[in-house]
Design a protein. Sequence first.
Length: 476
Amino acid sequence: MAELSVRPSGTRQSSAFESFTPNDAGVKRMTYTEFLDNSPMTRFLWFVWLGCIVAQILDGFDFQSTSFALPLITKEFHISPTQAGALGSFTNLGLLLGALIAGPVSDRFGRRPIFQWALFTYAFGTFLSAIAPNYTFLLAARFVAGLGIAGEFPVVATLLAEYAPKRLRHVFVGSYAIGYSFGWFVCAIVATLIVPRFGWRALYFLGVAPAFLIVYVQRFIPESVRFLLMKGRVREAGELTRKIADKGGFTDIELVLPEAAQERPRQSLLQQYSALRFVGVAIAVLALFQIANNIQVVGFGTWLPSIFVRAGFTLTKSFKFTMIVLAVTPLGQIFGIWLQDKMPRKWVMLLLAGLSALCFFGFGLAFEYKYPIAAIVACNVGYQFFSGGVSPIVVTLGTEIFPTRVRSLAWGLVSAFARVGSICGPFILGFFLTLGTQIHQIIYYFTLPLLLAAIVVVIFIKVDMRQKTLEEVRGS
């Protein structure tokens, strides 16, 4: 179906569409994707954004739960530091497999059904964690939760990128990272209040909440229009875009099918992976960056409360210090979102990675020379602020640089490779602690990889994607 009828009554005017020339009947005419790229913030877009961000908050809460449960889990199950680190690694092993599964399946069957599957899976895994009778059962439960957590990563980022107006894409997709890290902060607050009183299982029981979000997704978040077009489901895409426009009050706009859209046969999994050869360098570069980032951020994030406990602080104080550190991460991400539209994304990544490395090195010095706790926390706050600023940029860049037909698959692969760093980080740190290595020495070992990976991004990523449509980025 090439075009849909215009409904002239009850129209809403917007400066976002002023650049489109009216046809002979005085009606503005645009394609489905042009409408999405130039749309103002409507109620529909707010619902999509809110659902995705709440999902990410719950995602971050669930992932970080193990960090705050770990000191008491270690005591209850009488496990070594290496075994404790394996809990984080098993979660990330689930994340690795979940990202590998969700990416291609989302590009094949749709964003929304995989979104709902992911929500159910990690809520179920978290419930199993709460009732775990022993260490082995808990390992398996965290693996299941990891499957769902990672399944959400490529789907949510892809939905946000494909529905975001081009002028707001850096905010839409960047806020994906804010939601995840805000979930870490919420977990810190909740853990501080309930874990000392009710134990670690109570924290996991609260992590079952994502199951209720499935109803929200079913009600308020439709399938991606770009996915429908990519699959050749042009009638569904047209009807959905018309519905979105009418609900936003833009009934005076004539919506037509993009020229490139056509009926397409379903691709096999082999054909999907074959299409990755055109974006292989971008996948490799971003995967390297994410591996380095997660070795550092996840490795220390998983162990941070336990590191403060080892330094002689009480469990409550350790949680409070960690909460202070995690509170600045969303602020750093807001800064990163703002800065990535002021200069090319790759240069912002390099700048923030360098500043985070400097603060992280100071964090090590503070431990080595036994500075006051205020100095230790201050260095970690600076590190979290600047490293936090990097995450929304790499997500934005990663979702907009890949074409629609492999966007979820490609970003899922990047997320899966990132899990290599997440698996190795907690395990390596736990192994060093088992050997008796001093905290400051471990920090020095973890300082450089992210900075070096950012330099690689600057060398290989050539396109400046600011204020371009997804189709324009693909053309570049």
